[in-house]
Design a protein around this ligand. Sequence first.
Ligand code: HEC
Length: 148
Amino acid sequence: MKKTFQIAGLMLIVAATAALAHTGVKDPTVKAWMIGMGEIGDNTKVLGSMAKGEAVFDAEAARKAAGAIAEHAGQISVLFKEQAADPKSEALPVIWQTYSDFLVKADALEMAASAAASSIQAEGDLRPALAAIGGTCKACHQTYRLKK
Ligand code: HEC
Protein backbone atom coordinates (compact mmCIF):
# COMPACT_ATOMS: atom_id res chain seq x y z
CA MET A 1 0.00 0.00 0.00
CA LYS A 2 2.74 2.40 1.01
CA LYS A 3 4.67 1.67 -2.17
CA THR A 4 1.61 2.43 -4.27
CA PHE A 5 1.38 5.87 -2.71
CA GLN A 6 5.06 6.52 -3.32
CA ILE A 7 4.71 5.65 -6.98
CA ALA A 8 1.53 7.72 -7.28
CA GLY A 9 3.30 10.69 -5.73
CA LEU A 10 6.20 10.28 -8.08
CA MET A 11 3.92 10.16 -11.09
CA LEU A 12 2.44 13.46 -9.92
CA ILE A 13 5.91 14.98 -9.90
CA VAL A 14 6.46 14.01 -13.50
CA ALA A 15 2.94 14.70 -14.75
CA ALA A 16 2.40 18.10 -13.16
CA THR A 17 4.56 20.13 -15.48
CA ALA A 18 5.13 17.83 -18.41
CA ALA A 19 2.32 19.20 -20.57
CA LEU A 20 3.47 22.81 -20.36
CA ALA A 21 7.14 21.99 -20.14
CA HIS A 22 9.36 24.81 -21.28
CA THR A 23 6.85 26.60 -23.51
CA GLY A 24 7.60 30.30 -23.65
CA VAL A 25 10.90 30.04 -21.84
CA LYS A 26 13.21 32.72 -23.22
CA ASP A 27 16.40 32.29 -21.26
CA PRO A 28 18.57 29.71 -23.09
CA THR A 29 20.29 28.48 -19.91
CA VAL A 30 16.97 27.89 -18.19
CA LYS A 31 15.58 26.24 -21.29
CA ALA A 32 18.55 23.86 -21.47
CA TRP A 33 18.20 22.68 -17.88
CA MET A 34 14.44 22.36 -18.24
CA ILE A 35 14.92 20.12 -21.27
CA GLY A 36 17.38 18.00 -19.28
CA MET A 37 14.95 17.78 -16.37
CA GLY A 38 12.16 16.95 -18.85
CA GLU A 39 14.20 14.01 -20.14
CA ILE A 40 14.66 12.81 -16.57
CA GLY A 41 10.90 13.16 -16.10
CA ASP A 42 10.03 11.27 -19.30
CA ASN A 43 12.33 8.37 -18.44
CA THR A 44 10.99 8.23 -14.90
CA LYS A 45 7.53 7.97 -16.44
CA VAL A 46 8.65 4.92 -18.42
CA LEU A 47 9.61 3.22 -15.14
CA GLY A 48 6.49 4.44 -13.37
CA SER A 49 4.14 3.13 -16.04
CA MET A 50 5.70 -0.32 -15.75
CA ALA A 51 5.58 -0.19 -11.95
CA LYS A 52 1.90 0.68 -12.05
CA GLY A 53 1.17 -2.05 -14.58
CA GLU A 54 0.12 0.44 -17.26
CA ALA A 55 2.97 -0.79 -19.43
CA VAL A 56 4.27 -4.33 -19.76
CA PHE A 57 7.45 -4.96 -17.75
CA ASP A 58 10.48 -5.02 -20.00
CA ALA A 59 13.77 -5.36 -18.12
CA GLU A 60 15.87 -4.02 -20.95
CA ALA A 61 13.66 -0.96 -21.49
CA ALA A 62 13.64 -0.32 -17.75
CA ARG A 63 17.44 -0.50 -17.52
CA LYS A 64 17.70 1.78 -20.55
CA ALA A 65 15.36 4.36 -18.99
CA ALA A 66 17.31 4.23 -15.73
CA GLY A 67 20.56 4.65 -17.68
CA ALA A 68 19.15 7.72 -19.44
CA ILE A 69 18.14 9.20 -16.07
CA ALA A 70 21.68 8.64 -14.78
CA GLU A 71 23.16 10.25 -17.86
CA HIS A 72 20.98 13.35 -17.58
CA ALA A 73 21.56 13.53 -13.84
CA GLY A 74 25.27 13.63 -14.63
CA GLN A 75 24.61 16.81 -16.65
CA ILE A 76 22.88 18.67 -13.81
CA SER A 77 26.18 20.08 -12.49
CA VAL A 78 26.94 21.55 -15.92
CA LEU A 79 23.43 22.73 -16.79
CA PHE A 80 22.90 24.62 -13.51
CA LYS A 81 26.43 25.93 -13.17
CA GLU A 82 25.58 29.51 -14.12
CA GLN A 83 22.73 31.16 -12.28
CA ALA A 84 19.92 32.13 -14.63
CA ALA A 85 16.30 33.15 -14.35
CA ASP A 86 13.15 33.15 -16.40
CA PRO A 87 9.59 34.06 -15.45
CA LYS A 88 8.62 30.44 -16.23
CA SER A 89 11.36 28.92 -14.13
CA GLU A 90 10.68 27.15 -10.86
CA ALA A 91 14.37 26.99 -9.95
CA LEU A 92 15.04 28.77 -6.67
CA PRO A 93 18.06 31.12 -6.28
CA VAL A 94 19.10 29.18 -3.18
CA ILE A 95 20.56 26.60 -5.63
CA TRP A 96 23.57 28.87 -6.16
CA GLN A 97 23.89 29.75 -2.48
CA THR A 98 24.33 26.10 -1.51
CA TYR A 99 25.50 24.76 -4.84
CA SER A 100 27.64 21.99 -3.34
CA ASP A 101 24.58 20.59 -1.54
CA PHE A 102 22.60 20.87 -4.79
CA LEU A 103 25.31 18.78 -6.46
CA VAL A 104 25.20 16.20 -3.66
CA LYS A 105 21.49 15.81 -4.46
CA ALA A 106 22.21 15.51 -8.17
CA ASP A 107 24.81 12.81 -7.40
CA ALA A 108 22.30 10.92 -5.29
CA LEU A 109 19.99 10.72 -8.31
CA GLU A 110 22.82 9.69 -10.61
CA MET A 111 23.84 6.91 -8.21
CA ALA A 112 20.32 5.59 -7.66
CA ALA A 113 19.65 5.60 -11.41
CA SER A 114 22.99 3.94 -12.25
CA ALA A 115 22.31 1.26 -9.67
CA ALA A 116 18.90 0.65 -11.27
CA ALA A 117 20.43 0.60 -14.74
CA SER A 118 22.74 -2.23 -13.78
CA SER A 119 20.46 -4.18 -11.47
CA ILE A 120 16.89 -4.33 -12.80
CA GLN A 121 16.29 -7.92 -13.90
CA ALA A 122 12.89 -8.96 -12.66
CA GLU A 123 9.64 -7.09 -12.25
CA GLY A 124 10.12 -7.14 -8.49
CA ASP A 125 13.27 -5.05 -8.86
CA LEU A 126 11.37 -2.17 -10.37
CA ARG A 127 9.48 -0.71 -7.43
CA PRO A 128 12.40 -0.58 -4.99
CA ALA A 129 14.55 0.99 -7.74
CA LEU A 130 11.88 3.54 -8.53
CA ALA A 131 11.35 4.34 -4.87
CA ALA A 132 15.09 4.97 -4.49
CA ILE A 133 15.16 7.18 -7.58
CA GLY A 134 11.97 9.01 -6.58
CA GLY A 135 13.32 9.79 -3.13
CA THR A 136 16.18 11.71 -4.72
CA CYS A 137 13.84 13.77 -6.97
CA LYS A 138 11.83 14.75 -3.95
CA ALA A 139 14.88 15.58 -1.84
CA CYS A 140 16.09 18.08 -4.40
CA HIS A 141 12.75 19.55 -5.48
CA GLN A 142 11.74 20.11 -1.88
CA THR A 143 14.57 22.61 -1.35
CA TYR A 144 15.42 23.89 -4.77
CA ARG A 145 12.22 23.98 -6.80
CA LEU A 146 9.35 26.38 -6.29
CA LYS A 147 6.33 24.65 -4.86
CA LYS A 148 3.02 25.32 -6.52
C1 HEC B 1 19.68 18.19 -7.99
C2 HEC B 1 18.31 18.65 -7.98
C3 HEC B 1 17.24 17.92 -8.73
C4 HEC B 1 17.03 16.56 -8.80
C5 HEC B 1 17.83 15.43 -8.18
C6 HEC B 1 15.84 16.40 -9.60
N1 HEC B 1 15.35 17.60 -10.02
FE1 HEC B 1 13.75 17.91 -11.22
N2 HEC B 1 14.03 19.91 -11.11
C7 HEC B 1 14.99 20.55 -10.36
C8 HEC B 1 14.83 21.99 -10.47
C9 HEC B 1 15.69 23.04 -9.82
C10 HEC B 1 13.73 22.19 -11.31
C11 HEC B 1 13.12 23.54 -11.75
C12 HEC B 1 13.67 23.95 -13.11
C13 HEC B 1 13.03 25.23 -13.62
O1 HEC B 1 11.78 25.35 -13.57
O2 HEC B 1 13.79 26.10 -14.07
C14 HEC B 1 13.25 20.87 -11.71
C15 HEC B 1 12.20 20.65 -12.58
C16 HEC B 1 11.72 19.41 -12.96
C17 HEC B 1 10.68 19.19 -13.93
C18 HEC B 1 9.98 20.26 -14.77
C19 HEC B 1 10.82 20.54 -16.01
C20 HEC B 1 10.27 21.66 -16.85
O3 HEC B 1 10.25 21.54 -18.08
O4 HEC B 1 9.89 22.70 -16.29
C21 HEC B 1 10.47 17.82 -13.99
C22 HEC B 1 9.47 17.09 -14.89
C23 HEC B 1 11.38 17.21 -13.06
N3 HEC B 1 12.14 18.21 -12.44
C24 HEC B 1 11.44 15.87 -12.80
C25 HEC B 1 12.39 15.28 -11.97
C26 HEC B 1 12.40 13.87 -11.65
C27 HEC B 1 11.40 12.85 -12.15
C28 HEC B 1 13.49 13.67 -10.85
C29 HEC B 1 13.99 12.37 -10.27
C30 HEC B 1 14.05 11.22 -11.14
C31 HEC B 1 14.13 14.96 -10.65
N4 HEC B 1 13.43 15.92 -11.32
C32 HEC B 1 15.27 15.16 -9.90
C33 HEC B 1 16.00 19.94 -9.64
C34 HEC B 1 16.16 18.57 -9.48
